[in-house]
Design a protein around this ligand. Structure first.
Ligand code: ADP
Length: 225
């Protein structure tokens, strides 16, 4: 589904973010990328989304080279890969319902689809009681669960989570991880980037360790029962 072949990225200021990265991610995997801040995790996600271009090597999504995508194809790609971030990036002046309905409208969904799907996705992330709350009225964990709901509402093939629990306490972190697992169990590929070794305890799935722009370890991790 996703293939990086011998990918290097050197930013214009000379910073070497990635060096000779080769990686294949199959549909349905739960992949955690772990590495210190500055290891190159975000750069990997930006290359995948076509937000940055590799200096060397190829980045393929479903067999097609992301670097050759037109603007329209990039828009489509970014619908197929739903992102969530440490800082949530919700629309502050919109309710939970509207944060999701806006994403559906942008994807051309009908009013009927919106009315039927928004309550369902809010239920999936256990926010059915927060439908008309604004982000400022939600806890950190609730905000991130709303961001997840928005990221998955248009059924992306991949959920890309860059430090999604960076602003959360341990209880909320566990809830967010449980939801990511649930979404993965429902068939969506999940890619999680984190610097936090605590997070991977018992997480399961595939664990890729990134150090100074290189993949130094790629292993299957045992899931907590
Ligand atoms: P991580 O997500 O693991 O913290 P990043 O991919 O953000 O790592 O960064 C990898 C390296 O690339 C770091 O040395 C960082 O300073 C550098 N870097 C990241 N983005 C840029 C940029 N836009 N311009 C210059 N250097 C950058």
């Amino acid at each position: 589904m996703i293939t990086f072949t011998n990918v290097s990225k050197v930013y214009p200021n000379g910073a070497i973010a990635l060096e000779g990265v080769t990686l294949t991610i199959e549909k349905g995997e739960f992949v955690t990328m772990i590495g210190l801040s500055g290891a190159g995790k975000t750069t990997l996600t930006k290359l995948l989304l076509g937000e940055e271009q590799p200096t060397e090597g190829d980045v393929l999504f479903e067999g097609r080279d992301v670097t050759t995508f037109s603007v329209k194809e990039l828009t489509d790609l970014r619908r197929r890969i739903g992102p969530i971030f440490q800082d949530f990036r919700l629309l502050a002046h919109k309710t939970a319902y509207e944060n999701i309905s806006c994403a559906m409208e942008a994807a051309g969904k009908t009013d009927e689809e919106i009315i039927s799907d928004v309550p369902h996705v809010l239920q999936l992330v256990d926010l059915q009681d927060r439908m008309y709350h604004f982000p400022s009225q939600l806890s950190g964990g609730e905000k991130q669960r709303l961001a997840i709901a928005r990221a998955i509402i248009n059924q992306p093939e991949v959920l890309l989570a860059d430090e999604p629990t960076g602003n959360l306490d341990s209880v909320n972190t566990e809830e967010v991880l449980n939801i990511l697992r649930k979404i993965n169990d429902l068939g969506t590929t999940v890619i999680l980037a984190t610097h936090d070794p605590q997070l991977i305890n018992g997480l399961g799935g595939r664990l890729i360790t990134v150090e100074k722009g290189k993949i130094v370890k790629d292993e299957q991790h045992r899931r907590k029962i």
